[in-house]
Design a protein around this ligand. Sequence first.
Ligand code: FES
Length: 320
Amino acid sequence: MNNDWLDTIVAARHDATARIAVLDLVSPDDADLPEFAAGAHVDVLVDDAAGLVRQYSLCGPPHDLTHYRLAVLAETASRGGSLGMHRLREGDRLRISRPRNRFGVSDQAHRHLLVAGGIGVTPLLAMAHALQITDCDYELHYCARSRADAAFLDELERDPRVRLHFDDGPDDQRFSIAADLGPPSPDTAVYVCGPGGFMDFVISSAQEAGWPAEAIRKERFAPVQDAEVHTAGGTFTVRLAKSGGEFEVKEGESVLDVLLAGGVEAPYSCQQGICGECIVRVLAGEPDHRDDILTDRERADGMFTTCSSRALSPTLELDL
Ligand code: FES
């Protein structure tokens, strides 16, 4: 983890729903926080002693740097991350990374369709703020189990470009690819964020309806596959072009684990193939891509995630 941590203070905290806590973080000296673009997330050092780091999207307006707003869902299977965040109170200190972003607003599209499932609304809320202030053409579709499970309803219901879809509501308000996305349009970008099953449904349904993969931007909170699947496969050698080092990666190990154990300062964050922080360029060899973040174009350009991807060839040379 190559973090230059920022110290922040919890300036405000409230419960948006029974399971979603909203935290406003400020700089200890009241200075503006670093700039960020809509869709960005930060690493949060939830438990310094345990080295517990989690990623949360910034959901406040990107033009307001007086504070960062996070919304944290209490996960039922939490191993301490989200529950630790829920225990925070006003005045508590929290260390975070500088914002990172691989889920930004397209500068090519003229129309933006934002599709959120549950807590996946957080980065899309920041995008809606950014698109609103620049007077862009957008719609935000927010799908939640029920009204009681939906956060930020006060501000969302004031925006006529927001559509709410509740699982327990009437059929005619449920999210529908045909009605809510419509047919593919060349100057329109679709953004999807939410739980894995929701995202898989929206993305596969949109593609079946003719939307090209390049028009669909996504951000996952969890990998599609089980982490054990990522490290299955035969032994191969990783050669580092800059340092000349060579490392053997066996079944059950990731390239990143082997590099870190060998003292290589390789970048990383989520270690699940979903944040993009560990991306490096492949200079030779055939990668076996197992991430859920690189586009086809990026893969064709030689991009590679060391935390989750492997090699199909005996040797892989990396630009490290
Ligand atoms: S560390 Fe997040 S994608 Fe590899």
